[in-house]
Design a protein around this ligand. Structure first.
Ligand SMILES: [Zn+2]
Length: 164
């Protein structure tokens, strides 16, 4: 006897909840991939060449610089401020790679040339610091302050509220 199908909605079907959920997730993923803007091979090559340029160059940042992970990288936290604590200002080839775990992991062989700190994203304000590869970062520009504005003096130089 074959497994009874408990749900069959065309592409979404399964004999248990796990299969149904997997089918829904797969359909959502396929839809997102289909709707993603298509990049050209030339765009991909240009992005890779720019990444290699950043990688081979010495760290462009110095302690106290505000930086943020690049949006086109794999690091989380793009757009959130990080501060540089320490840099090893040499080209990556001079920096000892870390033998971290499995050689197929992206962390294996990283050449960590910059230590940054950030506050936690959940709003507690706790600060954590860790080593990164600087080529995955860019300068952070704080958003324009939206708080109190300085009082504006009238153009004729009179002071409001002080009658002559
Ligand atoms: Zn927190």
């Amino acid at each position: 006897m074959s497994d009874p199908t408990i749900v069959n909605l065309g592409k979404i079907s399964g004999t248990n909840l796990r299969e149904v959920l997997d089918a829904i997730a797969g359909a959502a993923r396929t839809k997102a991939e289909a709707e993603a803007p298509k990049r050209t091979v030339a765009e991909d090559i240009a992005a890779l060449e720019a990444a290699a340029e950043r990688y081979v160059a010495p760290c462009p940042f110095k302690p106290r610089d505000l930086v943020t992970p690049r949006a086109d990288g794999s690091m989380k936290g793009a757009g959130r401020p990080h501060i540089v604590l320490e840099v090893i200002g040499e080209a990556p080839c001079c920096i000892e790679p870390v033998a971290n775990g499995n050689p197929s992991s992206p962390d294996f062989g990283k050449r960590l040339d910059m230590r940054v700190a950030e506050t936690c994203a959940c709003g507690h304000g706790e600060i954590s610091a860790y080593w990164v590869e600087s080529w995955e970062f860019e300068r952070y520009t704080p958003p324009a302050e939206t708080g109190e504005q300085a009082p504006v003096a009238p153009l004729d130089g009179t002071i409001l509220g002080s009658a002559a």
